[in-house]
Design a protein around this ligand. Structure first.
Ligand SMILES: Nc1ncnc2c1ncn2[C@@H]1O[C@H](COP(=O)(O)OP(=O)(O)OP(=O)(O)O)[C@@H](O)[C@H]1O
Length: 261
Protein backbone atom coordinates (compact mmCIF):
# COMPACT_ATOMS: atom_id res chain seq x y z
CA UNK A 1 0.00 0.00 0.00
CA UNK A 2 1.35 3.40 -0.98
CA UNK A 3 2.91 5.43 1.84
CA UNK A 4 1.78 8.54 -0.01
CA UNK A 5 -1.73 9.47 -1.04
CA UNK A 6 -4.83 7.49 -0.16
CA UNK A 7 -6.91 4.58 -1.34
CA UNK A 8 -10.41 3.21 -0.80
CA UNK A 9 -11.13 -0.45 -1.40
CA UNK A 10 -14.78 -1.53 -1.70
CA UNK A 11 -15.92 1.02 0.89
CA UNK A 12 -19.58 0.78 1.88
CA UNK A 13 -21.50 2.96 4.28
CA UNK A 14 -25.19 3.04 5.13
CA UNK A 15 -27.27 5.25 7.37
CA UNK A 16 -30.26 3.10 8.20
CA UNK A 17 -31.84 2.21 4.86
CA UNK A 18 -29.86 4.89 2.96
CA UNK A 19 -26.80 3.42 1.25
CA UNK A 20 -24.45 6.42 1.00
CA UNK A 21 -21.47 4.43 -0.38
CA UNK A 22 -22.06 1.16 -2.22
CA UNK A 23 -18.58 -0.28 -2.67
CA UNK A 24 -16.33 2.58 -3.73
CA UNK A 25 -12.74 1.87 -4.78
CA UNK A 26 -10.11 4.29 -6.10
CA UNK A 27 -6.66 5.62 -5.32
CA UNK A 28 -5.22 9.15 -5.41
CA UNK A 29 -1.44 9.26 -5.57
CA UNK A 30 0.95 11.93 -4.31
CA UNK A 31 1.10 14.83 -6.76
CA UNK A 32 -2.29 14.08 -8.34
CA UNK A 33 -5.03 16.70 -8.50
CA UNK A 34 -8.31 14.80 -8.75
CA UNK A 35 -11.78 16.34 -8.80
CA UNK A 36 -14.86 14.60 -7.48
CA UNK A 37 -18.13 15.27 -9.29
CA UNK A 38 -21.62 14.09 -8.55
CA UNK A 39 -25.13 15.33 -7.91
CA UNK A 40 -26.55 15.98 -4.48
CA UNK A 41 -26.77 12.77 -2.46
CA UNK A 42 -24.06 11.03 -4.51
CA UNK A 43 -22.07 10.31 -1.34
CA UNK A 44 -19.26 12.86 -1.71
CA UNK A 45 -19.45 14.20 1.84
CA UNK A 46 -19.70 10.70 3.29
CA UNK A 47 -16.60 9.77 1.29
CA UNK A 48 -14.68 12.75 2.72
CA UNK A 49 -15.86 11.87 6.22
CA UNK A 50 -14.60 8.29 5.81
CA UNK A 51 -11.24 9.59 4.55
CA UNK A 52 -10.82 11.79 7.62
CA UNK A 53 -11.95 9.09 10.05
CA UNK A 54 -15.04 11.10 11.05
CA UNK A 55 -17.16 8.23 9.80
CA UNK A 56 -16.28 4.53 9.95
CA UNK A 57 -17.25 2.53 6.89
CA UNK A 58 -19.36 -0.59 7.38
CA UNK A 59 -17.18 -2.53 4.99
CA UNK A 60 -13.93 -2.19 3.01
CA UNK A 61 -10.59 -0.55 3.60
CA UNK A 62 -9.68 3.13 3.81
CA UNK A 63 -5.94 3.75 3.52
CA UNK A 64 -4.37 7.16 4.18
CA UNK A 65 -0.58 7.58 3.93
CA UNK A 66 -0.06 3.84 4.23
CA UNK A 67 -2.28 3.42 7.31
CA UNK A 68 -5.81 2.08 7.74
CA UNK A 69 -7.69 5.15 9.01
CA UNK A 70 -10.84 3.04 9.39
CA UNK A 71 -9.07 0.92 11.99
CA UNK A 72 -7.08 3.69 13.68
CA UNK A 73 -7.25 4.23 17.43
CA UNK A 74 -8.03 7.75 18.69
CA UNK A 75 -4.32 8.41 19.16
CA UNK A 76 -3.43 7.18 15.66
CA UNK A 77 -6.33 9.19 14.27
CA UNK A 78 -5.05 12.39 15.89
CA UNK A 79 -1.60 11.82 14.41
CA UNK A 80 -2.95 10.97 10.95
CA UNK A 81 -5.25 13.99 10.87
CA UNK A 82 -2.26 16.28 11.26
CA UNK A 83 -1.17 15.14 7.81
CA UNK A 84 -4.60 15.68 6.25
CA UNK A 85 -5.31 19.22 5.12
CA UNK A 86 -8.98 20.17 4.92
CA UNK A 87 -10.48 22.97 2.89
CA UNK A 88 -14.22 23.65 3.11
CA UNK A 89 -16.64 25.89 1.28
CA UNK A 90 -16.64 28.01 4.44
CA UNK A 91 -12.95 28.51 5.14
CA UNK A 92 -13.27 28.54 8.96
CA UNK A 93 -10.89 31.44 9.53
CA UNK A 94 -11.07 33.52 12.69
CA UNK A 95 -12.24 36.88 11.35
CA UNK A 96 -10.66 39.11 13.97
CA UNK A 97 -7.20 37.54 13.49
CA UNK A 98 -4.79 38.56 10.76
CA UNK A 99 -4.17 36.32 7.77
CA UNK A 100 -0.77 35.44 9.29
CA UNK A 101 -2.22 34.49 12.69
CA UNK A 102 -4.82 32.30 10.98
CA UNK A 103 -2.09 30.50 9.05
CA UNK A 104 -0.06 30.09 12.25
CA UNK A 105 -2.99 28.15 13.73
CA UNK A 106 -1.60 25.23 11.72
CA UNK A 107 1.41 25.20 14.09
CA UNK A 108 -0.69 25.07 17.30
CA UNK A 109 -0.08 21.40 17.95
CA UNK A 110 3.69 21.95 17.56
CA UNK A 111 3.81 24.94 19.92
CA UNK A 112 3.99 25.00 23.76
CA UNK A 113 0.78 26.39 25.31
CA UNK A 114 2.51 29.40 26.86
CA UNK A 115 3.81 30.52 23.46
CA UNK A 116 0.29 30.22 22.04
CA UNK A 117 -1.14 32.16 25.01
CA UNK A 118 1.36 34.97 24.44
CA UNK A 119 0.96 34.75 20.66
CA UNK A 120 4.68 34.08 20.44
CA UNK A 121 5.17 31.62 17.67
CA UNK A 122 8.77 30.76 16.85
CA UNK A 123 10.63 32.74 14.20
CA UNK A 124 10.81 29.56 12.12
CA UNK A 125 7.03 29.07 12.25
CA UNK A 126 6.44 32.70 11.29
CA UNK A 127 8.82 32.37 8.34
CA UNK A 128 7.03 29.21 7.30
CA UNK A 129 3.61 30.89 7.53
CA UNK A 130 4.81 33.93 5.58
CA UNK A 131 6.32 31.69 2.93
CA UNK A 132 2.97 29.83 2.62
CA UNK A 133 1.12 33.14 2.22
CA UNK A 134 3.67 34.11 -0.42
CA UNK A 135 2.98 30.87 -2.31
CA UNK A 136 -0.70 31.77 -2.63
CA UNK A 137 0.13 35.37 -3.58
CA UNK A 138 -1.01 36.95 -0.32
CA UNK A 139 2.21 38.02 1.39
CA UNK A 140 1.10 41.66 1.23
CA UNK A 141 -2.08 40.76 3.15
CA UNK A 142 -0.29 38.99 6.02
CA UNK A 143 -1.18 41.61 8.66
CA UNK A 144 -4.70 42.36 7.43
CA UNK A 145 -7.64 41.06 9.47
CA UNK A 146 -8.99 38.06 7.63
CA UNK A 147 -12.57 39.36 7.72
CA UNK A 148 -11.37 42.33 5.66
CA UNK A 149 -10.26 40.00 2.82
CA UNK A 150 -12.42 38.90 -0.09
CA UNK A 151 -13.96 35.42 -0.10
CA UNK A 152 -11.37 34.18 -2.59
CA UNK A 153 -8.49 35.64 -0.58
CA UNK A 154 -9.84 34.02 2.59
CA UNK A 155 -9.98 30.67 0.83
CA UNK A 156 -6.35 31.11 -0.25
CA UNK A 157 -5.40 31.91 3.38
CA UNK A 158 -7.00 28.56 4.25
CA UNK A 159 -4.78 26.92 1.59
CA UNK A 160 -1.71 28.64 3.09
CA UNK A 161 -2.72 27.19 6.48
CA UNK A 162 -2.77 23.71 4.97
CA UNK A 163 0.70 24.30 3.49
CA UNK A 164 2.00 25.42 6.89
CA UNK A 165 0.55 22.25 8.41
CA UNK A 166 2.83 20.24 6.05
CA UNK A 167 -0.17 18.22 4.90
CA UNK A 168 0.57 15.20 2.74
CA UNK A 169 -3.04 14.76 1.68
CA UNK A 170 -5.50 17.54 0.92
CA UNK A 171 -9.28 17.15 0.84
CA UNK A 172 -11.17 20.15 -0.50
CA UNK A 173 -14.96 19.95 -0.15
CA UNK A 174 -16.53 22.39 -2.64
CA UNK A 175 -13.83 25.03 -2.06
CA UNK A 176 -15.08 27.36 -4.81
CA UNK A 177 -18.84 26.96 -4.37
CA UNK A 178 -19.35 30.50 -3.08
CA UNK A 179 -16.68 32.27 -5.13
CA UNK A 180 -16.85 34.45 -8.23
CA UNK A 181 -15.26 32.94 -11.41
CA UNK A 182 -11.95 34.82 -11.09
CA UNK A 183 -11.49 33.85 -7.41
CA UNK A 184 -12.46 30.26 -8.23
CA UNK A 185 -9.80 30.19 -10.94
CA UNK A 186 -7.11 31.43 -8.55
CA UNK A 187 -8.06 28.91 -5.85
CA UNK A 188 -8.06 25.96 -8.27
CA UNK A 189 -4.77 27.06 -9.81
CA UNK A 190 -3.26 27.21 -6.31
CA UNK A 191 -4.57 23.76 -5.41
CA UNK A 192 -3.26 22.24 -8.63
CA UNK A 193 0.16 23.87 -8.31
CA UNK A 194 0.45 22.83 -4.67
CA UNK A 195 -0.33 19.21 -5.56
CA UNK A 196 2.60 19.21 -8.01
CA UNK A 197 5.14 21.35 -6.15
CA UNK A 198 4.57 19.75 -2.73
CA UNK A 199 3.79 16.26 -4.03
CA UNK A 200 0.45 16.20 -2.22
CA UNK A 201 -2.52 13.98 -3.12
CA UNK A 202 -5.46 16.37 -3.65
CA UNK A 203 -9.13 15.38 -3.90
CA UNK A 204 -11.42 18.33 -4.60
CA UNK A 205 -15.19 18.08 -4.90
CA UNK A 206 -16.79 20.51 -7.32
CA UNK A 207 -20.23 21.19 -8.74
CA UNK A 208 -18.89 22.89 -11.89
CA UNK A 209 -18.05 20.35 -14.59
CA UNK A 210 -16.26 22.96 -16.74
CA UNK A 211 -13.83 23.75 -13.88
CA UNK A 212 -13.24 20.06 -13.15
CA UNK A 213 -12.41 19.45 -16.81
CA UNK A 214 -10.14 22.47 -17.01
CA UNK A 215 -8.02 21.87 -13.90
CA UNK A 216 -8.15 18.19 -12.92
CA UNK A 217 -5.59 15.56 -13.89
CA UNK A 218 -8.36 13.07 -13.37
CA UNK A 219 -12.09 13.15 -12.66
CA UNK A 220 -14.02 10.80 -10.43
CA UNK A 221 -17.78 10.80 -10.95
CA UNK A 222 -20.13 9.46 -8.29
CA UNK A 223 -23.84 8.91 -8.39
CA UNK A 224 -26.09 7.36 -5.74
CA UNK A 225 -23.13 5.98 -3.78
CA UNK A 226 -21.37 4.42 -6.75
CA UNK A 227 -18.36 5.32 -8.85
CA UNK A 228 -19.61 5.81 -12.39
CA UNK A 229 -16.56 7.48 -13.95
CA UNK A 230 -12.85 7.41 -13.21
CA UNK A 231 -10.67 8.78 -15.96
CA UNK A 232 -8.85 11.70 -17.46
CA UNK A 233 -10.63 15.03 -17.91
CA UNK A 234 -10.50 14.74 -21.69
CA UNK A 235 -12.45 11.47 -21.56
CA UNK A 236 -15.22 13.09 -19.51
CA UNK A 237 -17.57 13.82 -22.39
CA UNK A 238 -21.06 15.34 -22.64
CA UNK A 239 -22.60 11.88 -22.51
CA UNK A 240 -20.78 11.08 -19.28
CA UNK A 241 -21.96 14.35 -17.81
CA UNK A 242 -25.54 13.60 -18.78
CA UNK A 243 -25.25 10.12 -17.31
CA UNK A 244 -23.87 11.55 -14.08
CA UNK A 245 -26.37 14.36 -13.62
CA UNK A 246 -29.41 14.30 -15.89
CA UNK A 247 -30.61 10.79 -15.20
CA UNK A 248 -29.91 11.20 -11.51
CA UNK A 249 -32.60 13.86 -11.47
CA UNK A 250 -35.02 11.88 -13.61
CA UNK A 251 -36.00 9.47 -10.87
CA UNK A 252 -34.39 6.52 -12.68
CA UNK A 253 -32.50 4.42 -10.11
CA UNK A 254 -28.71 4.54 -10.55
CA UNK A 255 -28.60 0.79 -11.19
CA UNK A 256 -30.56 1.24 -14.42
CA UNK A 257 -28.24 3.92 -15.74
CA UNK A 258 -25.30 3.25 -17.99
CA UNK A 259 -22.03 3.10 -16.05
CA UNK A 260 -18.83 4.36 -17.62
CA UNK A 261 -16.56 2.57 -15.14
N1 LIG B 1 -25.82 11.26 8.97
C1 LIG B 1 -26.66 10.80 8.04
N2 LIG B 1 -27.83 10.24 8.39
C2 LIG B 1 -28.67 9.73 7.47
N3 LIG B 1 -28.44 9.75 6.15
C3 LIG B 1 -27.30 10.31 5.73
C4 LIG B 1 -26.36 10.87 6.64
N4 LIG B 1 -25.32 11.34 5.93
C5 LIG B 1 -25.60 11.12 4.63
N5 LIG B 1 -26.78 10.50 4.51
C6 LIG B 1 -27.41 10.07 3.26
O1 LIG B 1 -26.41 9.47 2.45
C7 LIG B 1 -26.55 9.87 1.09
C8 LIG B 1 -25.27 10.56 0.62
O2 LIG B 1 -25.16 11.82 1.31
P1 LIG B 1 -23.89 12.78 1.14
O3 LIG B 1 -24.12 13.94 2.03
O4 LIG B 1 -22.65 11.98 1.34
O5 LIG B 1 -24.03 13.21 -0.40
P2 LIG B 1 -23.31 14.41 -1.17
O6 LIG B 1 -22.89 13.87 -2.48
O7 LIG B 1 -22.25 15.00 -0.32
O8 LIG B 1 -24.49 15.45 -1.36
P3 LIG B 1 -24.39 17.07 -1.43
O9 LIG B 1 -23.69 17.43 -2.71
O10 LIG B 1 -25.84 17.49 -1.43
O11 LIG B 1 -23.67 17.54 -0.20
C9 LIG B 1 -27.78 10.76 1.02
O12 LIG B 1 -28.89 9.95 0.67
C10 LIG B 1 -27.94 11.25 2.44
O13 LIG B 1 -29.28 11.53 2.75
Amino acid sequence: MSKNGFQLIDVRKSFGAAQALKGVSFEVKAGEFVTLLGPSGAGKTTLFRCLTGLERADHGETWVLGERIDLASRKQLRALRQSIGLIFQQHNLIGRLSALDNVLMARLSHTPWWRVALNRFSHRDKQLALSSLDQVGLLDKAYIRSDALSGGQQQRVAIARVLTQHSKVLLADEPVASLDPESARLVLEDLKRIAKEHNIAVLCSLHQVNLAKKYADRIIGMRAGELVFDGSSKDFCAQTEQCLYAKAHSGIPADENHSTV
